[in-house]
Design a protein around this ligand. Structure first.
Ligand code: T4K
Length: 370
């Protein structure tokens, strides 16, 4: 019999019966994309759920990043983190912008605001931080620097669905924020994403840009792209939104169990919840200190794999280590010591709503029994 694998994540799926009812409606209406009824409904439902004024749906989480940079006319250099999924920096590259990597804060994994100023040059136009693993960046400190130097701030909030600080959505920070609704995320629409903005004019402009720049049948207001979400995935998203709170609570319970079991394991550390933050438990990274633990990160990673526990080394290698970027001055490892340390020690443990008690135990045993 094939061994059952415990994967790093598993998608939250809508009830098939309910989804079929929506599909029937779509089939009846014959309206399958281009700002249909379910697309409009999902934008409103997400704005309500996320406590933000405006949401524009996208076909994935990469295109809103690319479009945000276009919309704000960002050029020259942008300060960003090397500790993320490669899409963050690729979005800059696709806009002909030079990424400037700044090191992360060891305590959060996020861009260290204390190191941003030293990386600003006359060509810097924006900062693009990431709320990595859904942990909120120090948005106040980042905004202060941005205001002082007249820079825009675009948050890659791909991991930060539903994250709040003192009851306020983290997605309100900066000029624009973007989300990913990929299958592997807390909330998914199979593939999908969104941009969050503060005002109606920007929402209108973004809606034009994601539809080739069309303002009406005969007017193209700018060089837009096609990144619209269709009706089928919008319907899927409407159903999934109703069960996302339950899924986040199930993830929370897994985090509680991991923390209880691993807190006193020598050489293993992890993040605790931050005060005043509503976390979404999108990932559960642990950090392996080889000398203390008695095994390197990779030894543990492959041992887990052998035992059917498929953790992932998000985010190793660092973006700054990929061939496209490693020639940049800011990609030098000496500039990014904390990011390297984190990338070389991380394993994201399986974390999703459908993990069973016995799965969690298997993961824990794998780490405890060396
Ligand atoms: N910014 C940030 C900070 C991001 O993390 C991402 C995406 C983006 C931007 C871009 O957003 P998108 O354009 O992708 O919407 C995954 C995802 O593809 C990617 O969305 C995500 N970040 C990244 C962190 O992880 P992989 O290559 O690790 O996924 P994969 O296919 O190996 O799947 C991981 C595990 O999930 C599988 O072992 C099993 C499970 N799985 C996966 C899929 C696709 C399922 O059970 N069912 C599935 O359908 O990249």
């Amino acid at each position: 019999m094939e061994k059952k694998m415990i994967t790093v994540t598993s998608p939250l799926l809508p009830d098939l019966g309910e989804f079929n009812e929506y599909l029937q409606k779509i089939w009846d209406s014959k309206w399958i994309t281009n700002n249909g009824q379910f697309h409009r409904e999902l934008e409103q439902a997400l704005a309500d759920y996320l406590k933000v004024p405006y949401v524009s749906l996208f076909t994935n989480g990469t295109l809103p990043l690319i479009t945000a940079l276009q919309a704000l006319h960002i050029t020259g250099e942008v300060i960003t983190t090397p500790y993320s999924f490669v899409a963050t920096t690729h979005a800059l590259w696709w806009n002909g912008i030079k990424p400037v990597f700044v090191d992360i804060d060891q305590a959060t994994g996020n861009l260290d605001p204390n190191k941003i100023e030293a990386a600003i040059t006359p060509r810097t136009t924006a900062i693009m931080p990431v709320h990595v693993y859904g942990k909120p960046c120090d948005v106040a400190a980042i905004q202060e620097i941005a205001d002082q130097y007249g820079l825009k701030v675009i948050y890659d909030a791909a991991h930060a669905f539903g994250v709040e600080v003192n009851g306020k959505s983290i997605l309100e920070a900066g000029d624009l924020s973007t989300l990913s609704f990929h299958a592997t995320k807390v909330y998914n629409t199979i593939e999908g994403g969104a941009m969050i903005m503060h005002d109606e004019t920007t929402k209108k402009r973004i809606d034009y840009l994601k539809n080739f720049g069309f303002a009406n049948e005969t007017t193209v207001v700018g060089p837009g792209i096609n990144s619209k979400m269709d009706e089928i995935r919008s319907a899927y998203g409407l159903i999934n939104l109703r069960q996302v709170d339950k899924a986040i609570e199930a993830r929370h319970q897994v985090a509680v169990k991991y923390r209880e079991a691993l807190r006193n394991v020598d050489g293993i550390t992890f993040f605790d919840d931050m005060p005043g933050v509503r976390h979404n438990y999108s990932y559960f990274p642990i950090f392996v200190e080889a000398k203390k633990y008695g095994m390197t990160r990779d030894e543990l990673y492959f041992k887990m794999k052998d035992q059917g526990v498929l953790g992932r080394r998000y985010f190793y290698p660092l973006i700054s280590e990929f061939s496209t970027y490693r020639g940049l001055e800011s990609a030098a490892p000496s500039n990014l010591p904390n990011a390297h340390k984190m990338a070389d020690s991380v394993i994201c443990l399986p974390m999703h709503h459908a993990l069973r008690e016995e799965d969690v135990k298997s993961v824990i045993n794998c780490i405890i029994n060396k």
